[in-house]
Design a protein around this ligand. Structure first.
Ligand code: ADP
Ligand code: 5GP
Length: 205
């Protein structure tokens, strides 16, 4: 595995939109598809955005230690399955994870070299508009999500990068730039191989 790239954002900020744009722009990473006990929303598909499971299955998986991290977000459980780490390692690709601030903190402890990115909407008003536009939640749920957003935004400085999702194309460009920069860090396995290869050319003389 090369880089572990963590993306977090308050619900409704446009993280799925940006991550989907990034996936369309380039396929050179493995995307960790989380397990969740919540129901599919809109045109979400099993195995694409999430693996949708019952609470009972989730708890069985958790007890078998299948998750690298898991958290309760609002009223549902979400977990990152270990197998995506194995797949990314086998394919020597970057692993991209879309997880909340609790999960990000747990993963940073396990993978201190992970690159973490915090995405946020440009204002409270815009966040409310986006949650309403998504059209799948009641006023009560929106109120809870906005309150949680403020708490999450206060955690921003734990992340390496911030992307303000004002204009969607500009924000996608910013996200893509971060991913590209991560790949030329000295701690990247590919970079290390390249430099070792260059060093070997010096030994041949
Ligand atoms: P999240 O995954 O963070 O919960 P979504 O990607 O589902 O958020 O986006 C929430 C809503 O906001 C969607 O209706 C989406 O089309 C819209 N949206 C996303 N990014 C932008 C943007 N930059 N400007 C305006 N609307 C946006
Ligand atoms: P949503 O239900 O809006 O798709 O996601 C709600 C929140 O759960 C988002 O902040 C999302 O990043 C987070 N989330 C999704 N998958 C995981 C996961 O596997 N672990 C953790 N900790 N959070 C997750």
């Amino acid at each position: 595995m090369n880089q572990v790239i963590i993306v977090s954002a308050p619900s409704g900020s446009g993280k799925s939109t940006l991550v989907n744009n990034l996936k369309r722009r380039e396929g050179e990473f493995v995307f960790s598809v989380s397990y969740t006990t919540r129901s599919p929303r809109g045109d979400e598909m099993e195995g694409r955005e999430y693996h949708f499971v019952t609470r009972e299955s989730f708890l069985t998986m958790r007890d078998r230690d299948e998750f690298v991290e898991w958290a309760q977000v609002f009223d549902d459980f979400y977990g990152t399955h270990r197998r995506y780490f194995a797949v990314a390692a086998a394919e020597k690709k970057d692993l991209l994870l879309d997880i909340d601030v609790q999960g990000a903190q747990k993963l940073r402890e396990k993978y201190p070299d992970a690159v973490s990115i915090f995405i946020l909407a440009p204002s409270r008003e815009e966040l409310v508009k986006r949650l309403q536009h998504r059209g799948d939640v009641s006023e009560e749920v929106i109120r809870k999500r906005v309150a949680k957003a403020a708490l999450e935004i206060e955690e921003y400085s734990r992340y390496d990068y911030v992307v303000v999702n004002d204009d969607v194309d500009t924000a996608t460009d910013r996200l893509y730039s971060i991913v590209k920069s991560a790949r030329i860090r000295t701690r990247d396995a590919g970079v290390q191989n390249t430099v070792q290869g260059i060093l070997r050319t010096f030994e041949q003389r």
